[in-house]
Structures are given as structure tokens and as C-alpha cells.
Design a protein around this ligand. Structure first.
Ligand SMILES: [Zn+2]
Length: 177
């Protein structure tokens, strides 16, 4: 599969915001799973002097995580910062949700940690054919079947920060007569 490095968004999104904006008065840290929790511990230590609200969540993106985040988003005030630590899928999902709620890019620190195992490779894939999103343990460039329309999708190096999902195109779309 050819990858156009000019248009790919993978590999840059998490380094764009290596540090969160200064001037934060309150920080909410969401960590997804045990490995992420240990990393979050270090980050929390670096926020001495700031009010830190740290929530340890299950490793995957869950309704619980969405509810917890939504409550923080509703209560958010000027000077609030959001720190996300975990595998790629929950971090991207949380980031997309926060951006949709009006949180600015530089108010979010998103850090993907290597959680190991199958969770590390779980991605949200947006099906270009039926416009649904599903989670699949698939690497970028790999194949996944859309559970909605049964299309075999190639996971492309195009990541939507709005939805937190990778774009999936039909595998044989270009080979068909
Ligand atoms: Zn589909």
C-alpha cells in the first residue's frame, strides 16, 4: 500500500502537543489502564501547585469513560487543562470528544503509551462506504471488515482528529473492473 507522507496525519498528532499550555489552574488527568496509570503518576507529579483531578479508568474506551469526561467538560472553566494517557483508541476517542465540546487543542495533552497486548493495536476505523465507526485490533495498512456493511477495509494513514478514527476504504475498490 502506498503511503503519501505529505498527507498522512499519523505520527504527528501526538507530538504536536508535547506540552500542555501554561497558565492552567486545574488539570483533569484521565488514564486508561495500568500502564497508563504509571505514566500518569509521573505527569501528576509534574503538576505540583495545580489542582489535579486524576481518574483511573479501564484500558479501553467505555461508556463510563465518556460519562466521566462529559461531566468534566460541562464543569470546565477557563484555565482548565485535560491530560489523556493510554492506548491510542481511548486517547483519540477522548480527544475527539473534548474537541467537539469546544476544548482547544493546546488545552489538551494527549499521550499514547505502549500498553502492550492486543489493546495497543486497537483502532477506531471510519468506514468510507457506510459512514459508521468500529473498533478493530488492526495496524495501519491492515485489513478489517466493517461490521455494518461487510466491506473489507484497508486502514489508511489518515486520522480524523474530529472523530478519532482512521479512514477505511474498500480493499479492492481500485482493482474492480
Ligand atoms: Zn461499512
Amino acid at each position: 500500500m502506498a503511503v503519501c507522507m505529505e498527507t498522512t496525519t499519523v505520527g504527528r498528532w501526538h507530538t504536536e502537543r508535547a506540552s500542555v499550555a501554561d497558565g492552567g489552574r486545574a488539570v483533569t488527568v484521565l488514564s486508561f489502564g495500568g500502564v497508563a496509570g504509571r505514566r500518569a503518576q509521573e505527569l501528576v507529579g509534574a503538576y505540583a501547585g495545580t489542582r489535579v483531578d486524576w481518574l483511573r479508568l479501564p484500558p479501553e474506551w467505555t461508556q463510563l469513560a465518556a460519562d466521566v469526561l462529559d461531566r468534566r467538560l460541562v464543569a470546565a472553566r477557563v484555565g482548565w487543562r485535560l491530560v489523556l494517557v493510554g492506548a491510542e483508541a481511548p486517547v483519540l476517542a477522548a480527544q475527539a470528544r473534548a474537541l467537539a465540546a469546544g476544548v482547544l487543542d493546546d488545552e489538551i495533552l494527549a499521550e499514547v503509551v505502549d500498553v502492550g497486548g492486543v489493546e495497543a493495536d486497537v483502532r477506531s476505523v471510519h468506514c468510507a462506504h457506510c459512514a459508521t465507526v468500529h473498533l478493530a485490533p488492526v495496524p495501519v495498512g491492515g485489513l478489517t471488515r466493517c461490521p455494518e456493511c461487510a466491506a473489507d477495509l484497508v486502514v489508511h494513514h489518515h486520522l480524523s482528529r474530529r472523530t478519532g478514527a482512521y479512514l477505511g476504504y474498500m480493499n479492492d475498490a481500485e482493482d474492480r473492473p
